[in-house]
Design a protein around this ligand. Structure first.
Ligand SMILES: O=C(O)CCC(=O)C(=O)O
Length: 292
């Protein structure tokens, strides 16, 4: 057996263990999914993306591409919180989302024909603007009728670019919470920019004792279920905390999204963007600065 084949077998074995854990606990971690050299290149691409956001100075949209910025007060600097669908113009990030390691990893879970619903980067900004309240991602998979069998057809993946630890605002999760399906969680506030509270946990029958930290090193990939209850707090470390999120769905179970893999082969973007979450894509496709 050649070296590359040995590596492949070793990787498959590791993935198998994580998959069993994924179904039982609603999440899994693949350690060292992306190596240091590749990570360096991705990190540089993210710095470029961040600089573009800073240059806009406020929220900016062009089709599905969206820079989400906010300020702590009227006279403070705008902070780049998130960019959605950077891959339309960022080659390095586009190559990551279409990397066949993703389809190899996800095939036993959701198959070889995959669309993509999420392609976004989070910067955990200092202060409270980058908080994510306790939530299930299922609340964002809209319109609900466009998604079928959500719990078994959709997987969220998050690639850690920096260390994710309690002090840098790592994700906090409730293992096995996905087994309870869609919970009637309070959605009156946006998840982004709202703190996690114990009251919110109590309302759905959980307590702080049920929570664990999702600890990731740079290059680790986390997978989580759309029904896993999770959130994240502040970054009080002395470094950035970036997460590159790609969410894939079995194509037959979803009417929205960009194709990512067809029979295991990467599918490049077509000439026109597909309808994902931005409902005004066809009415207002051009570049503009939206009122948030
Ligand atoms: O970036 C984070 O810490 C939170 C991510 C998250 O909650 C999500 O994408 O649903």
């Amino acid at each position: 057996m050649g070296v590359s084949q040995q590596r492949k077998v070793a990787r498959s074995a590791e993935v198998r263990i994580d998959l069993a854990h994924y179904w039982s606990d609603g999440y899994a971690i693949v350690r060292g999914f992306i190596g240091a050299d590749e990570l360096h290149e991705i990190s540089a691409a993210l710095d470029q993306l961040h600089a573009e956001g800073v240059a806009h100075g406020r929220c900016f949209r062009h089709g599905n591409l969206f820079y989400n910025l906010a300020r702590e007060s009227d006279d403070s600097e705008p902070l780049v919180l998130m960019v959605q669908w950077p891959s339309y113009h960022q080659e390095v990030l586009n190559a990551v989302r279409l990397d066949t390691r993703f389809v190899e990893l996800l095939e036993p879970l959701i198959g070889r024909d995959l669309k993509q619903i999420i392609n976004q980067v989070h910067w955990k900004a200092r202060g409270s603007l980058g908080d994510f309240a306790w939530h299930q991602d299922s609340r964002f998979r809209r319109p609900a009728e466009a998604f079928r069998n959500l719990g078994t057809s959709y997987i969220q993946t998050g690639l850690a670019i920096d260390p994710h630890r309690p002090e840098s605002g790592c994700m906090r999760i409730i293992p096995r919470s996905h087994l309870r399906g869609g919970l009637d969680m309070d959605c009156s506030e946006k998840a982004l920019g709202t703190a996690m509270t114990n009251d919110a946990l109590g309302e759905i029958g959980f307590s702080p004792a049920d929570v664990i930290d999702l600890l990731l090193e740079p290059g680790d990939l986390a997978l989580w279920s759309p029904y896993l209850v999770h959130g994240s707090g502040k970054n009080v470390s002395d470094h950035e905390r970036r997460l590159y999120i790609n969410g894939y769905v079995r194509a037959a179970d979803c009417d929205r999204g960009e194709w990512a893999f067809s029979n295991g082969e990467p599918v490049p973007f077509g000439p026109e963007p597909a309808l994902v979450h931005y409902d005004e894509l066809y009415e207002r496709p051009g570049p503009h600065y939206p009122d948030k």
